[in-house]
Design a protein around this ligand. Structure first.
Ligand SMILES: Cc1cc2nc3c(=O)[nH]c(=O)nc-3n(C[C@H](O)[C@H](O)[C@H](O)COP(=O)(O)O)c2cc1C
Length: 255
């Protein structure tokens, strides 16, 4: 089936007419990466809609395992310099954040905190970070281009999400586990972004993870900033990922 016809057919007939397997097979047969990405993002959205609109019986058997593998392996870090300036609807960003909120959490502390900057707030954020960079960087290593990049990355993004870990007063859960929980939340967010065909990028760095930026966000001294998550749309080809074989990092014990 020609590309246009195939995508049109999916859009016209709606998702219910196709099972995930069919769409993955179609997508892999189809030429350009952009069209494949569109189809995969449509396809991956189906289970999200199904979960929210039908009674979920548990076990999640209607979520096809191939779809999950496809989503995980297609997730990519895409830099803000590759974003176009198209704005993402806030309702979509809310779904990303809602899914982030479903991360695992030891002791149900739910330590993730998100600060979402869009519209004119992105500009203020960029300038605040550039100012922090200039303040904390010794003169001999300060690079004006780095400060400019902080501003530009915010400008090019539709939304910029500052990711933080809120430390519990009780200290019952070790700090590393609280950080791990936030990392899980970010992965949920990034995977959901991929499902919507959105480009995302987790960025750390001295200015972003500084005490000064933590104070800017009015967090406490024991809370931690874990990075910025830049979100936007891209017109570029969806990049391929690379990993060394999983087997190199796994040891099995059977006896
Ligand atoms: C905690 C964390 C912090 C990161 N910070 C940066 C960063 O500051 N700069 C950067 O270029 N990439 C950063 N990345 C993204 C990695 O570069 C990226 O995940 C890696 O290149 C693999 O690419 P992929 O995400 O497309 O698979 C970060 C990733 C993680 C998990």
């Amino acid at each position: 089936m020609p590309e246009k016809e195939c995508v049109g057919s999916i859009l016209q007939h709606g998702l219910t007419a196709f099972d995930g397997q069919t769409i993955v097979v179609w997508a892999s047969m189809i030429g350009t990466m952009a069209v494949r990405q569109l189809i995969v993002s449509i396809f991956i959205r189906a289970p999200l809609i199904a979960i929210s609109s039908s009674s979920f019986q548990g076990g999640g058997n209607h979520i096809h395992s191939d779809a999950v593998s496809e989503l995980i392996r297609r997730r990519r870090s895409i830099k803000p310099s590759q974003f176009n300036t198209q704005r993402i609807d806030d309702s979509v960003v809310s779904v990303l954040l809602e899914n982030a909120n479903w991360a695992p959490t030891h002791g149900m502390t739910e330590p993730w905190r998100f600060f979402v900057f869009s519209d004119t707030a992105r500009e203020s954020l960029g300038h605040a970070l550039a100012g922090i960079y200039r303040t904390i960087t010794p003169m001999d290593v300060l690079k004006p281009a780095k400060a400019d990049k902080l501003v530009e990355s915010c400008r090019r993004s539709s939304h910029v999400i500052a990711v933080a870990m809120k430390r519990q007063d009780s200290r019952k859960i070790p700090e590393i586990e609280e950080i791990e929980a936030v990392a899980c939340a970010v992965q949920n967010l990034h995977l959901t972004a991929t499902a919507y065909g959105l480009a995302g990028y987790w960025s750390s760095g001295k200015a972003i993870c500084s005490d000064q930026f933590r104070d800017f966000l009015t967090l406490g001294p024991d809370d931690r900033i874990l990075g910025l998550f830049y979100l936007g749309y891209t017109d570029d080809e969806w990049p391929d990922g690379h990993r060394s074989p999983a087997a190199d990092k796994i040891q099995w014990f059977r006896e």
